[in-house]
Ligand binder design. Structure first.
Ligand code: AMP
Length: 282
């Protein structure tokens, strides 16, 4: 694996790869890699000639200073995992490389309703930060395929919109959520959970599954209220639990036949914010 710290070196190398007809797959990450990230890597290795992974804890997408400071950083372990996963290129920029001055943080992206609902509503500015960093990364890498995790479903739609706004022809591949044996969606933040909270955290996924199992003969508001009540009794603080259309992420009041649906949830457990979602087929 070759590691680049400077964007210009990375771009120069990748342009040569493109000139000889090699396809490029890209997995942007914030490091503290786990099996979920590695599943994206695996997909890229299958589909592309050259697999590029970036590790950058992007400060502009954190709307909470403590979350940024406590975000796990495990670069040496990450490098070993990437090598084992047959990653070809690691892009490991520092903050100065991504944001050389204040002006490089000033751009605004029109994300429409995606910015005012769910993660957009509860994490103001988050998706602007995601777009800031992704615009730069897409320019540096210019990938054929971009691998994203369904775990961050709203982020996938935001990046899809960004790619469209940039008139970029990168193909986005959304990969399924990898879970711990109990059902907890794998996440870099999970290492911050105590062993007992980690067990309890799987209830978040169970709550979504239980809604799916009971959707015949029940209305969503009733199931939502019950799920929030149960989760809060177990110690979660639920920020949102919503039903939406899968393609447009329009929030829906109830289950609709003939529409692909998704239930999305965000909740705190002992101060650690967890998100999850479940695609359902009515
Ligand atoms: P992050 O490092 O959290 O920014 O995540 C980098 C990429 O990995 C994003 O596209 C995430 O959606 C994806 N990802 C994170 N957790 C999982 C998971 N449990 N399963 C699949 N993909 C994931």
């Amino acid at each position: 694996m070759i590691t680049f710290k400077l964007a210009k070196d990375l771009t120069k190398y990748l342009e040569k790869q493109k000139q000889v007809g090699n396809s490029i797959g890209f997995i942007p990450t914030m490091g503290a890699l786990h099996e979920g990230h590695l599943s994206l890597l695996k997909k890229s290795v299958e589909m592309s000639k050259v697999t590029v992974c970036s590790i950058f804890v992007n400060p502009t997408q954190f709307n909470n200073r403590e979350d940024l400071e406590k975000y796990p950083r495990t670069v040496s372990e990450d490098i070993l995992l990437l090598e084992e996963s047959r990653c070809d290129i690691l892009f490991l920029p520092d903050e100065n490389e991504m944001y050389p001055d204040e002006q490089s943080k000033q751009k605004h992206f029109d994300l429409g309703h995606l910015e005012t609902i769910l993660e957009g509503k509860f994490r103001p500015g988050h998706f602007q930060g995601v777009c800031l960093v992704m615009e730069k990364l897409l320019k540096f890498v210019n990938p054929d395929f971009l691998f994203l995790g369904q775990k961050d479903f709203q982020q996938c739609l935001v990046i899809q919109k960004l790619v469209h706004l940039l008139h970029d022809d990168t193909k986005i591949i959304i990969c399924p959520i990898l879970r711990e044996p109990g059902g907890l969606a794998m996440s870099s933040r999970n290492v911050r959970l105590s062993p007992s909270d980690r067990k309890l955290a799987s209830q978040l996924h169970q709550a979504l599954v239980s809604i799916e199992n009971r959707m015949d003969g029940h209305h969503f508001p009733e199931l939502k209220e019950q799920a929030i009540h149960d989760l809060e009794n177990k110690g979660f603080k639920v920020e949102y639990l919503e039903l939406a259309g899968k393609t447009d992420l329009q929030i829906l009041p109830d289950f609709k036949v003939k529409k692909e649906l998704i239930i999305l949830v965000a909740a705190f457990l002992s101060g650690i914010r967890l998100i999850d979602n479940l695609l359902i087929n009515p």
